[in-house]
Write a protein that binds this ligand. Structure first.
Ligand code: KG4
Ligand code: ZN
Length: 375
């Protein structure tokens, strides 16, 4: 077949990126193609969970996680490439989570990405894991900037104004535990199993949410920060004091989940007002939820209701993109690559890396010290 003359050749303006994620307890790799109009072709998405390894300890053990990432990363990358059907020459850039997270895992993924990028002579994109979550709704539907983001995961609870790629302004943040941490610790105290969030949700489905009176920290306050430590302690006390029948287990799980939902909705309601003030958006605005806790059914339903009454469109990623995955890292990498935001092969692994560095430095909410602000 004759080749089309040059002028008739359709210009391919898409970018294809391999993304790696290894900042906590999922070893993941994904190949994704981002078109100029924002459309995404997810060519592969491989996630190897370490749940089995951490289950006996009721939480993620950093040393075990680091070793598991090292053991698995090579074969996960191979699987992602194979299932994408592409060859290495078709990859335009290599993206990896460079923080924040457990340093052993972050180093494993980032070093693998650097090795590949150097060997292939391709650009490296060092992605902030939180930016991956922040952009995750864009994997499956149009979600234009700006939007108000509720990011609730195992390590983070934040409300951010997302103005554009790399342009985030913190509106609220947790002063102690993250939302997912509260779910995980509650499940651990009650012996519900690991990971805690889905277990609490399952038990809560059979319980009475009004059975146990629990606090709703920060509710009604004139800011959009969270606090979950007191609620977690109250659950532990109620558990110690109560009988351990299945009925009371379900009741306590349901009461805890309701208290979490009430608290988060109250904080989001406050953040909506602050967001409107800051952006001067008076018409229909947009609320996005992301992170592992965004998988919680009761929270999703509550957010949808709140969004409707406050005239916000509500966008939540499908469940498989709520928890940690490499598709969101590949997307963040592709968006950064398209904007010319690439990193040197000496990009550091960063255990702490706030999305809004200015707010974290001037008004740290947690983890401030010699190592710098965490959030
Ligand atoms: O985003 P993610 O996978 O990892 C971090 O970046 O931290 O979030 C994991 C967290 C865990 O704390 C897990 O218990 C929680 O998300 N989670 C849930 C649910 N599914 C996962 N929490 C509440 N309800 C759920 N259905
Ligand atoms: Zn995460």
């Amino acid at each position: 077949m004759a080749h089309a003359p040059k002028s008739e050749t359709k210009q391919d303006t898409s970018l294809t990126v391999l993304g790696l994620e290894s900042s906590c307890d999922e070893t993941a790799a994904s190949v994704l193609r981002l078109h100029q109009d924002g459309e995404v072709d997810l060519l592969s998405n491989i996630v190897a969970s370490q749940d089995e390894e951490h289950r006996p300890f009721g939480g993620v053990v950093p040393e075990i996680a680091a070793r598991a990432h090292m053991r698995k990363i090579e074969s996960i990358i191979e699987k992602a490439m194979k299932s994408s059907g592409l060859i290495w020459e078709e990859i335009d850039g290599i993206a990896a989570t460079a923080g924040p997270g457990l340093i052993g895992g972050v180093i494993t993924g980032l070093m693998s990405a650097k090795g590949l990028a150097m060997a292939l002579g391709k650009p490296l994109i060092a992605v902030n894991h939180l930016e991956g979550h922040a952009l995750s709704p864009r994997l499956t539907e149009p979600c234009p900037f700006p939007y108000l983001l509720l990011l609730v995961s195992g390590g983070h609870s934040q409300l951010l104004s997302v103005k554009g790629l790399g342009d985030y302004k913190r509106i609220g943040s947790t002063v102690d535990d993250a939302a997912g941490e509260a779910f995980d610790k509650t499940a651990k105290v009650m012996g519900l199993g690991f990971p805690g969030g889905p277990q609490v949700q399952n038990w809560a489905a059979r319980g009475n949410a009004k059975a146990v009176k629990l606090p709703r920290p920060m509710m009604g306050r004139d800011h959009a920060d969270f606090s979950f430590a007191g609620l977690k302690t109250a659950v532990a006390r109620a558990w110690d004091a109560g009988n351990k029948s299945d009925i009371s287990k379900a009741d306590l799980a349901a009461s805890f989940q309701r208290a979490m939902t009430d608290t988060i909705l109250d904080r989001v309601g406050k953040a909506m007002k602050i967001y409107r003030r800051q952006t001067r958006e008076t018409g229909q605005a947009r609320l996005v939820v992301a992170g592992g806790v965004a998988a919680n059914t009761e929270l999703r339903a509550g957010l949808l209701g709140l969004a409707e009454t406050q005239e916000f469109d509500f966008i939540a990623p499908p469940l498989k993109f709520c928890g940690d995955n490499a598709a969101m890292i590949a997307l963040a990498g592709a968006e950064r690559l398209a904007a010319g935001l690439v990193d040197g092969y000496d990009a550091p692994a960063r255990p702490r890396w706030p999305l809004d560095a200015d707010a974290a430095a001037s008004a740290p909410k947690s983890g401030y010290g010699k190592k710098g602000p965490k959030s």
